[in-house]
Write a protein that binds this ligand. Structure first.
Ligand SMILES: Cc1cc2nc3c(=O)[nH]c(=O)nc-3n(C[C@H](O)[C@H](O)[C@H](O)COP(=O)(O)O)c2cc1C
Length: 418
């Protein structure tokens, strides 16, 4: 079956493009997830080689991981044959990152102690590259003081700890200790290698809802959480950009290293954008800006009984300024990206928006699906340019953000503006 994420990822740059990742798989129930992890790291452009502990081979076969990685799986330290092909020191030097996923309690203990009694621990000792572990174990094993001390010891030695997650475990218990989902591991792995895709670029992003005051205590607003815009701000920062985040009211903390400008209404957002966008390289309008605002804001709180005799209280609305279109039609505008949150004919409406608002790129999503869009942590998007479009699979909003930033960087390059 055609997988759009596959073809897209193979052609675009990611921070994992050509990175050499040594994936260590240890003995635990979650070892089967390493198969999916290999594919997903490869999708992002990484070259993956696998090392398995002896226990890991009881949970998933080396043959499976060999077939998926396209390389022989390394298992033994003291094996003359494999040592003559690619010795353990050579393998340690080869890796840009050693990622152990899943990492058993036993492996974490041995790594914390500096053991070198099997191939994987020896490689970790011999490598000067970053090491990351994604623990996966029963919740009691994870909570055990010994495990916690071992994890703290690893963290103090700059070993990155990816997860674990909380939830229902294979053993039927509930708690912390589950392997972080593959999406999350890939995302954290990408963070190990800054992409530099937007080094030095000024990126202005709008996020969150706007509030249009009816009276001093009431307003018209919408369900936008701001999560996608904030995630984009983080992804742009990781790509090296200077980010100005113009945010409507959200409960979200400002991403580190961003400059946040807080606004409430669409008018305030419009003014803030126009002030910032003049010297921007990229503008991304993610905010769910209210299309309409009350014509009059009442000075005092509207009371029961204020309605005319027929008990219908009318609030007349007037259109707000269209921020994205305003930026799209500026002379010498930045690379301008809009979002189209639609409930029907998503791609068709998004394409109309692209043309009408004079945008470089539109990110369309279907907000009628409650498992994606507003307030959820996931999103599934289609990205449109004047001459093409690409559909991405359902991903976390953080992962979607990383993909969008890569596509923007690609668009800038193609437009000769990078
Ligand atoms: C069915 C089964 C499931 C296991 N699952 C886990 C697990 O999820 N996490 C873990 O840390 N250990 C788990 N263990 C224990 C490890 O397999 C054991 O500690 C082993 O020595 C780990 O070896 P390694 O760290 O060299 O891979 C499991 C054992 C069995 C029999």
């Amino acid at each position: 079956m055609w997988d759009p994420s596959h073809s897209f990822c193979k052609t675009s740059m990611s921070s994992l493009t050509n990175k050499r990742i040594l994936l260590g798989v240890t003995g635990g129930i979650a070892a089967y997830k390493s198969a999916e992890l290999i594919r997903r790291l490869q999708d992002r452009g990484a070259d993956v080689r696998v090392v398995m502990t002896r226990a890991a081979t009881e949970f998933i076969t080396p043959l499976t991981l060999q077939a998926l990685s396209g390389h022989p799986v390394h298992q033994d330290l003291l094996n003359a044959e494999t040592e003559s092909v690619m010795g353990h020191i050579e393998l340690a030097r080869w890796a840009d990152l050693i990622l152990i996923a899943p990492a058993s309690a036993n492996f974490i203990a041995r790594l914390a102690q500096g053991h070198g009694d099997d191939l994987l621990t020896t490689l970790c000792l011999a490598s000067e590259s970053p090491i990351a572990v994604a623990p996966a174990m029963n919740q009691a094993m994870w909570a055990n003081e010994a495990t916690q001390e071992n994890v703290a010891a690893l963290a103090s030695k700059h070993v990155r700890i990816f997860g674990p997650d909380e939830g229902l475990q294979a053993c039927g218990e509930v708690g912390a200790g589950r392997l972080l989902d593959v999406d999350g591991i890939v995302l954290l792995t990408e963070k190990v290698f800054p992409s530099h895709l937007l080094d030095g670029k000024k990126v202005v992003i709008t996020a969150g809802p706007t509030r249009e005051a009816i009276d001093p205590v009431r307003y018209i607003s919408n369900n936008s959480s701001g999560k996608q815009g904030y995630a984009l701000a983080e992804a742009a920062i990781e790509a090296g950009a200077q980010v100005v985040l113009i945010s409507g009211p959200t409960g979200l903390p400002a991403p580190d290293r961003s400059r946040r400008v807080d606004v409430v209404s669409a008018d305030e957002m419009f003014d803030a954008v126009m002030k910032e966008v003049g010297d921007a390289d990229i503008f991304i309008g993610v905010a769910a800006v209210a299309d309409y605002k009350p014509v009059h804001r009442e000075e005092q709180k509207i009371k029961k009984g204020d309605a005319p005799s027929n008990q219908v209280l009318r609030i007349d609305l007037i259109e707000n300024p269209d921020i994205i279109s305003g930026v799209g039609h500026l002379a010498g505008r930045p690379y301008t990206v809009g979002f189209a949150a639609e409930t029907q004919n998503v791609v068709e409406y998004a394409r109309k928006k692209l043309t009408k608002k004079n945008l470089d790129m539109v990110v369309a999503n279907d907000v009628s699906d409650t498992s994606i869009g507003f307030n959820s942590d996931d999103n599934r998007i289609t990205v449109l340019w004047a001459d093409r479009e690409v559909e991405l699979p359902k991903l976390s909003k953080r992962n979607v953000a990383t993909r969008i930033i890569e596509l923007i960087a690609q668009g800038l390059r193609e437009a000769g503006r990078s």
